[in-house]
Design a protein around this ligand. Structure first.
Ligand SMILES: NC(=O)c1ccc[n+]([C@@H]2O[C@H](COP(=O)([O-])OP(=O)(O)OC[C@H]3O[C@@H](n4cnc5c(N)ncnc54)[C@H](O)[C@@H]3O)[C@@H](O)[C@H]2O)c1
Length: 361
């Protein structure tokens, strides 16, 4: 077992999650941190008890002991940092989205193809049990062929005034909804051909981008998918540590739910009910019959592993990189999800259906 050092770029909320994962990994020796502002870098280095921090990215990239660069910086920094790290011969894990523009996303794919390096985008829901189990049920043929899926996501405002998120010219589609389009692509298992999306006027006046979306995807095998996002409905999270926030949000306006319909059954995932259910369709004497045949629930202590498993993803990928294995989610696949998001943005702006091949660079 050849252990190695790693560096986390961006030490905000998600950077902390990356640091915690590498601290748990037996493959990782030292953890370095990078922030562009030297004082912030030093302060966060002390807070997080990192081995060292710097504002000199060149120095980090020149360090031969560092094998993994893990990017949790703001979205506008992703493309350049991925490119520089790959060109320095590092393995790279980069948070979604793949930058803010189609050119950013393409630049990341090009850098990977040019260098042949390891690059995996943090679409961590592939590692979250709620969604993995769904994929396993689909692959086992339990709902037949997927023909339709709906995602209903009602949120509370979490981007905050004057933050890089609310001021970003990149949209919520890349920053937030790319995860959920990605799952619909994963489960349907067919290329997306066209996207039709609509964006309503902003509910949150201080956002620099639309905050209500309906996105429809059409797949090559004729399946369809819809995602419906409302930014500002669920009760604001007051952060009461005594409260089970998932249970609280079950009926306060929040929703994060999928229904996936197949030719022989259906699946429902429900984050705020901590529940996964499966229906079976069968042919009765008088009519088609639908019955719920499987229900899985989980505990509060399992929330992260079931619905938001960046930690588990990064612990696992540290091992994958240590063993010299290839990415489990090719960057070309993540790029297809980003293409759907950019097509949705364009469709919303231009009020027309956008064919994926028409925008593919
Ligand atoms: N996978 C997920 O579910 C998930 C969840 C949250 C955030 N994210 C992603 O993680 C990234 C960071 O989000 P966050 O919530 O930690 O934001 P954050 O605002 O908490 O942290 C961002 C950090 O990046 C630093 N930074 C700014 N410019 C930088 C640069 N050029 N290089 C390096 N660092 C820089 C900031 O100083 C800050 O410390 C975003 O890309 C976001 O989309 C993913």
């Amino acid at each position: 077992m050849q252990t190695y050092d790693c560096a986390v770029l961006g030490l905000g909320a998600m950077g902390r999650t990356h640091v915690a994962a590498y601290r748990e990994s037996p493959w990782v020796r030292k953890i370095y941190g990078y922030e562009p502002d030297p004082e912030r870098a030093a302060q966060l280095g002390r807070d997080l008890k990192l081995d060292d921090t710097t504002s000199d990215l060149d120095a980090l990239l020149a360090n031969p002991e560092i094998k993994l660069i893990s990017i949790a910086s703001i979205n506008t920094a992703h493309a350049e940092q991925v490119e520089r790290a790959l060109e320095a011969g590092k393995a790279v894990i980069c948070e979604k989205p793949m930058g803010e523009t189609l050119a950013d996303a393409r630049r990341m794919v090009d850098a990977q193809e040019r260098t042949g390096g390891f690059l995996q985008i943090g679409f961590e829901l592939h590692y979250s049990e709620l969604y993995r189990r769904t994929k396993q049920w689909i692959d086992a043929g339990l709902i037949g062929q997927v023909v339709n899926s709906h995602c209903r996501y009602y949120s509370s405002e979490f981007h905050k005034k004057n933050s890089w998120r609310s001021l970003s010219s990149g949209t919520l589609i890349g920053e937030k909804l790319s995860h959920y389009l990605d799952l619909q692509r994963w489960w349907t298992g067919s290329p997306v051909t066209d996207v039709y999306a609509m964006s309503a006027p902003n509910a949150v006046a201080y956002f620099n981008h639309p905050d209500n979306h309906q996105i429809n995807m059409h797949f090559a095998n004729d399946a369809i998918a819809q995602l419906n996002f409302v930014m500002h409905l669920g009760e604001t999270d007051i952060g009461d540590p005594l409260q089970d926030y998932v249970a609280k949000q079950e009926d306060d306006g929040h929703a994060l739910q999928y229904h996936i319909f197949g030719t022989e059954g259906a699946i429902e995932t429900d984050v705020f009910r901590r529940r996964l259910r499966r229906w079976r369709f069968s042919d009765g004497a008088e009519q088609l019959v639908s019955e719920i045949v499987e229900t899985v629930t989980y505990e509060q202590s399992e929330d992260a592993a079931w619905m938001h498993n960046t930690h588990g993803q990064n612990v696992h990928l540290a091992e994958v990189i240590g063993k010299g294995l290839p990415p489990e989610l090719p960057v070309q696949d993540s790029f297809e999800t980003m293409l759907c998001g950019f097509a949705a943005e364009q469709s919303g702006r231009e009020r027309r259906l956008v064919a994926i091949d028409d925008i593919r660079p």
